[in-house]
Design a binder for this molecule. Sequence first.
Ligand SMILES: Nc1ncnc2c1ncn2[C@@H]1O[C@H](COP(=O)(O)OP(=O)(O)OP(=O)(O)O)[C@@H](O)[C@H]1O
Ligand SMILES: [Mg+2]
Length: 233
Amino acid sequence: MNRESTECDSVVRLEKVSKVYQRGAASIWALRGVSLEVPHGQFLALMGPSGSGKSTLLNMISGLDRPTEGDVVIEGRSTRGLSESDWTLLRRERIGLVFQFFNLLPGLTAQENVELPLLLRGDPQPQERARNSLRAVGLDHRAGHRPGELSGGEQQRVALARALVHRPTLLLADEPTGNLDSCIGREIVQLMKGLAQESGQTVILATHSREAASAADRVLVLHDGTLEAEMEV
Ligand SMILES: Nc1ncnc2c1ncn2[C@@H]1O[C@H](COP(=O)(O)OP(=O)(O)OP(=O)(O)O)[C@@H](O)[C@H]1O
Ligand SMILES: [Mg+2]
């Protein structure tokens, strides 16, 4: 599809997406024909048991992995046929990622970790923008600390500042509270929700935590690679 995307398009549309992993002779169907539409500004939570396909679904949307069948449409544009470098550019411009284990670079300070995506984009003011992003997550005063000198909750705040520093349209978070105690986890989800609301970002959060999911506008449940139900929140 070559047309320009419009405001009316969903941020993400999955069209019958399947993902099959081959393990020797065995085929593992991680996703089975999943169709889904996520409108602009929605905070969507994905729940479901371990192995139900949550991370695989997020990896399809971020382009970290590719569907075996079906299409992932981002802001009205099909991603079928995008090269690795096209995907890298798309992530750099439009997508922010947060993971369970923070994935910060241990040798860099909080400030430098947050600057990194801006440097990769050739941003002219990485220092100031990174500082603002750290301020937005309440960590201005820890800018010079390395990840090993921060608590788990603080590290996840830095990861969130890094994910949001380029103002992505879409934030994908895979178990961002899985490695934090429930009180700190609650704070992270509320922070994520507040920042996304301020800038009209769309969020997709994979989580085992009902409490984290209860912050969402909509909760979908995956079972064995299939979207089973829409849960009341
Ligand atoms: N790279 C891979 N190779 C083979 N099988 C895989 C691979 N990645 C995932 N799977 C399988 O695909 C299925 C879905 O895995 P996925 O990681 O998406 O589940 P999940 O819902 O995120 O689970 P969890 O809640 O434990 O994080 C599982 O059966 C898993 O073993
Ligand atoms: Mg997972």
